[in-house]
Design a binder for this molecule. Structure first.
Ligand SMILES: Cc1ncc(COP(=O)(O)O)c(C=O)c1O
Length: 347
């Protein structure tokens, strides 16, 4: 089977730039962004700040770099960072909390990926002769490994208000914040308003080939620019990438509801297959499903799906994760649903 025929549900990061993005990239006005002279990057940063309602934003190559810079901005060496137990910053960023910022993660488990103040409060520590103090709380919205679940605006506000009352900062890992805003049917500004810093990705459901933004105060972003350079993220004629990013930001959030509809369609189908269970609410474009009852291990289930042209990765021994996105349509999802059923029933 050739690669173009796969129905690729492994991630929304597999999306390719759209024809409009490719045209914009070819025609982009560029300059040296390390000198602050790339007009397209400058435009993207201003537009991102405007959409998020923050003073300034900074274009970075990846979400991981954006989170790394934000943690550094909001902490001192030796502090603790409270984050959800399955969060990306804790599990999938090669211990950057420790490596770059000298911080220790204090993971807090939650059933649904939503960190509430009652859970956080128990883990907040003041500095003492034996204990490091908490410097930062990281909220992940949507929460990837909890199945794309959404932290509601009220919860976000409550966590930020209480954190600020006791001098703690809040960083929002909003890699998929536009998915959250679409689910809540709200302006993304409302969702990020109280966070000290926000990171979001252009290169996931929004289809840009590369790039994320970090946003916050102008003073924080001036410092962020230096950390980006330290990390080797000073890019030159990055306007070629920012041009695609502008289309991602301006035009792609509107279509995310379609991905959410496709995820719900697949989830409803999966729930009807004997032996398959979905342990979370399906709110956005991610579905994690447990195949224990089919008698197949997740890796075997994944291999058998691949033989039927569907790519879907295991996340542990018993579960697989699928993501819907721009490059799979409803017809692809119908074919994928048939493949899930055939694998589960060993047809
Ligand atoms: C929630 C979350 N945060 C951060 C990242 C990191 O983004 P990147 O892969 O661009 O480094 C990801 C990537 O999947 C993610 O899902």
């Amino acid at each position: 089977m050739s690669h173009t025929e796969w129905i690729d549900l492994r991630s929304d990061t597999v999306t390719k730039p759209t024809p409009a993005m490719r045209r914009a990239m070819a025609e982009a006005e560029v300059g040296d962004d390390v000198y602050g002279e790339d007009p397209t990057v400058n435009l993207l940063e201003r537009r991102a700040a405007e959409i998020l309602g923050k003073e300034a934003a900074l274009f970075v190559p990846t979400g991981t770099m954006g989170n790394t810079i934000a943690v550094k901005l909001n902490t001192r060496h030796g502090q603790e960072v409270i984050c959800e137990a399955r969060s990306h910053v804790y599990n999938y960023e090669l211990s950057m909390l420790a490596w770059f910022s000298g911080c220790l993660a204090r993971p807090v488990p939650s059933d649904d990926g939503v960190l509430r103040w009652e859970d956080i409060q128990k883990e907040v520590r003041p500095l003492s002769p034996y204990r490091a103090d908490t410097g930062l709380i990281v909220i992940e919205n949507t929460h990837n490994m909890a199945g794309g679940t959404v932290t509601p605006i009220e919860t976000m506000r409550d966590v930020c208000r209480r954190a600020h009352e006791i001098g703690l900062r809040v960083h929002l890992d909003g890699a998929r914040i536009f998915n959250a805003a679409v689910h809540l049917n709200c302006d993304v500004r409302e969702l990020v308003a109280d966070a000290d810093t926000v990171m979001f990705c252009l290169s996931k459901g929004l289809c840009a080939p590369v790039g994320s933004l970090v946003a916050g105060t102008a003073e924080a972003m001036a410092r962020a620019r230096l950390y980006r350079k330290r990390l080797g993220g000073g890019m030159r004629q990055a306007g070629v990438l920012a041009a695609a990013g502008l289309i991602a930001l301006n035009e792609m959030p509107q279509r995310l509801a379609e991905d959410h509809g496709n995820a719900r369609f697949l989830a409803e189908h999966l729930c009807r297959i004997p032996g398959i269970r979905i342990p979370h609410r399906v709110e956005t474009n991610i579905v994690i499903f447990d195949v224990t009852g089919t008698g197949l291990a997740a890796a075997e289930f994944s291999q058998r799906l691949k033989a039927k042209g569907v790519l879907c990765n295991p996340v542990d021994g018993v579960s697989l994760r699928l993501l819907t996105h721009h490059d799979v349509n409803r017809q692809d999802c119908e074919r994928a649903a048939e493949a899930f059923e055939a694998v589960a029933r060993r047809v």
